[in-house]
Write a protein that binds this ligand. Sequence first.
Ligand SMILES: [Zn+2]
Length: 339
Amino acid sequence: MYSAGDVRIENVPDPQIIEPTDAVIRVTRACVCGSDLWPYQKMERSDSGRVMGHEAIGVVEDVGADVRTIKRGDFVIMPFAFSDGTCVFCHDGLQTSCIHGGFFGTTEVAGAQAEAVRIPLADGTLFPLRAHADDELLASLLTLSDVMGTGHHAAVIARVTPGKSVAVVGDGAVGLCGVIAAKRLGAEQIIILGRHADRIALAKDFGATDVVSERGEAAVERVRELTGGYGVHSVLECVGLEQAMDTAISIARPGGAVGRVGVPQEQTIPGSEPAFYNNVTVGGGPAPVRAYIEDLLPDVLEGNIEPGRVFDRNVGLDGVPDGYRAMNDREAIKVMVTP
Ligand SMILES: [Zn+2]
């Protein structure tokens, strides 16, 4: 990506082992993230461009001399952040705050919308899949690199537990995975706030019990109507815009919690007053998906959850620029890339 709207497919030098803790993987599947749409809309022109993409599954082609557990030929899930797996925050299960870590698809570390990727700190970062996985599971396995783990994180931070009422703000792929996560954690009522027919239909399949398509104050009123006037225990904020956050805080019931995973596009959090007077806990951030793979993987392998259904388009590398356009125009929910 060279600037907003300017995505090109180019030949670049093959990724190489630079540090002895690196690996190189050949990408089996990658995808375009909703958060990739923020630079797609706003990025300033850059002469060097940025190799985009932070979600992938693939096969290890090469490992550095100090890589111990990851082997050539391993089939791996690549979380969107790399991490050493050994520091104080990795031990706490917060790999996105790893003191030696960072993110793929940045100006510093090339991304995964490519044939191959260099993986820093391979032993801590990559999750090797030792079980056999059928091709039909690839899409769902790919979601464990970000979108399913991120929806799950929103639900965990929003303290979803059995019997709770939940609202999911946003019907993008993360919001839809948030519905899966809320259902999986035992939520009784799951209200999806969104207005795209195809996404709403999928949300219902995933377990949403109610749909609110209003916005702003009307949405708040509608959620209150659906919850006996009080609001929901748990809100998953999966957008990142001010209005979404304002709505999220306003529909939490007193003592409730908001788990925010939409990348914030403003400097301040709205809703300070209702959050304060209702004792609403507001938390969240980049999901430590590396920590969640172990939890979520058995349900994917057993077919109990099918987060791969959020992909409604599959393209080759040449189709990536149009994939960005299609997601940005809300023509596609999420685009998978088969390099
Ligand atoms: Zn660490």
